[in-house]
Design a protein around this ligand. Structure first.
Ligand code: KIV
Ligand code: ZN
Length: 498
């Protein structure tokens, strides 16, 4: 058996079914192009009969990408298959994915049919689809809850009818890993013509087992996996692409391979999350914000001695620049010393003890300690006079039924300049004015306002992160007026651009 596991990405079909995650055709093309860079083998681009928009997306994605196979979903219905074939006419390699429910629930309550009739309809659908394309995948919907003996008869019949891939979906995410693995093993051992097709996994995450089920499916003979970026999908989602790809890559002893270029994983994750307005949970495996962040003292000390003490994946392998040491109240002296050294401060042990005590006091009040906080703690906070850009004047007009407008006056090494701009709020207006003043293309990557004591008279602390020519710059400021603090933090960051 081949050791190649085909990656079938259904972010744009099963993933896009999630309420609120709908994409327009242009956005889908952007995702499809990124999936091509990521190295997926098959892109399920949509369900063409479901809407003109889905039809159009399959047409346009077929034109826009060339390496992956483009797949279109259908029910076991002639009209669906004809529409899918039409949508795929520009695809260099096109696949029709047709199928029908095979579980007791689906046969009796959804389709109001009987097992023999279902096999007949499945076979007819596959034969009909083969008139249009050579590559036909059949799905036995709710295979997870389908009796194995009956499922084997369905699989044998559709392969005989011309299916090149047979998908065994755990549609409701019900199976346990062992159960799903045994199902695949049963098919591998009891379907006489199984060598004529590839068996595919398609697992949902209702019990949090999707990745485990997919991996046991592979271990028992499946050679295609249906996955989505960030694991998005119906209800609790589908199997996440990055988890399966990295599990295979990390476990060399499995002797399996995929064509995924893992360095494109983070980029793909962020693109899907942004376009679909679906935040990634911070502790999500591989792509979560905390996936490579270490916050407890013992772990930080271990990672600083040798990354592999607490990391099984080098973050660079998935496109993350480096692991992060997050300074919190649980951090130890080793992490603090390391961060201070990165910032250019070297302390004698006793001095370090003093800074560490001050650090703990602040960390009890504030969740994360930033570089600016450390500079202040180290007694080397930034001196206003040393800043190349100074905010001289800030005037904003905002409120209900008003176009937010800001006038910003700054001095660059003594020369004074003024600019006025509008925006979707006073901070946006002020940032637009600053960008016009500095005449540089900067992109705001992160913007965080924090208050320490939560009172309305509190000091607002603002952290910003901006990008200029691929380089990241950080800025910080504190003021009782949060708009002033925001503009000063922004100026602090742009002032660091050489
Ligand atoms: O979960 C499922 O069964 C599906 C099929 C349509 C393949 O998404
Ligand atoms: Zn599904």
């Amino acid at each position: 058996m081949s050791n190649k596991v085909y990656i079938f990405d259904t972010t744009l079909r099963d993933g896009e079914q999630v309420p609120g995650c709908q994409l327009n055709t242009i956005e889908k093309i952007e995702v499809a192009k990124q999936l091509e860079k990521l190295g997926v083998d098959i892109i399920e681009a949509g369900f063409p009969v479901s809407s003109p928009g889905d039809f159009n997306s399959v047409v346009e994605i077929s034109k826009a990408v060339s390496n992956p196979v483009i797949c279109a979903l259908t029910r076991a219905v002639k009209k669906d298959i004809e529409v899918a074939a039409d949508a795929l006419k520009n695809a260099k390699k096109g696949r029709i994915h047709t199928g029908i429910g095979t579980s007791f629930y689906h046969i009796n309550y959804k389709l109001k049919s009987n097992p023999e009739e279902i096999i007949k309809r499945g076979v007819e659908a596959v034969k009909y689809a083969r008139n249009f394309v050579d590559d036909v995948e059949f799905y036995a919907e709710d295979a997870g809850r389908t009796d194995n003996e009956y499922l084997a008869r369905v699989v044998e019949a559709v392969i005989a009818a011309g299916a090149t891939v047979v998908n065994i979906p755990d549609t409701t995410g019900y199976c346990l890993p062992q159960e799903y693995g045994e199902k695949i093993a049963y098919l591998m051992n009891n379907v006489p013509n199984i060598d004529k097709a590839i068996i595919s996994t398609h697992c949902h995450n209702d019990l949090g087992m999707a990745t485990a089920n997919t991996i046991t499916g592979i271990l028992n003979g499946a050679r295609q996996v249906e996955v989505t970026v960030n694991g998005i999908g119906e209800r609790a989602g589908n199997t996440s692409l990055e988890e399966v790809a990295m599990a295979i890559k990390s476990h060399k002893e499995l002797d399996l391979e995929t064509s995924i270029n893992s360095k494109e994983i983070i980029k793909s994750s962020r693109l899907v999350s942004t376009l679909m307005r679906m935040p990634v949970q911070p502790n999500k495996a591989i792509v979560g914000r905390n996936a490579f962040a270490h916050s407890s003292g013992i772990h930080q000390d271990g990672v600083l001695k040798n990354r592999e003490n607490y990391e099984i994946i080098d973050p660079a392998e998935v496109g993350v620049k480096e692991s992060s040491i997050v300074l919190t109240a649980r951090s130890g002296r080793a992490a603090l010393k390391h961060r201070l050294q990165v910032l250019g401060y070297d302390f004698e042990p006793q001095e370090l003890d003093e800074v560490y005590q001050r650090f703990l006091e602040l960390a009890d009040k504030k969740k994360d300690i930033t570089d600016e906080d450390l500079q202040i703690l180290a007694g080397k906070g930034q001196n206003k006079e040393n800043k190349p850009i100074q905010l001289e004047l800030l005037q904003v007009i905002c409120g209900k039924s008003t176009v937010p407008t800001a006038t910003v006056q700054v001095s660059f090494n003594g020369d004074v300049f003024t600019e006025t701009a509008s925006g979707n709020g006073p901070i946006d207006a002020a940032f637009t004015a600053v960008k016009a003043l500095i005449k540089r293309r900067v992109r705001l990557e992160e913007f965080l306002i924090q208050a320490i004591t939560r009172g309305s008279d509190d000091l607002g602390k603002v952290h910003v992160q901006v990008e200029h020519k691929g380089q990241t710059y950080y800025g910080f400021a504190a003021h009782t007026d949060i708009i002033t603090a925001s503009v000063e933090a922004f100026l602090d960051a742009v002032g660091k651009i050489a």
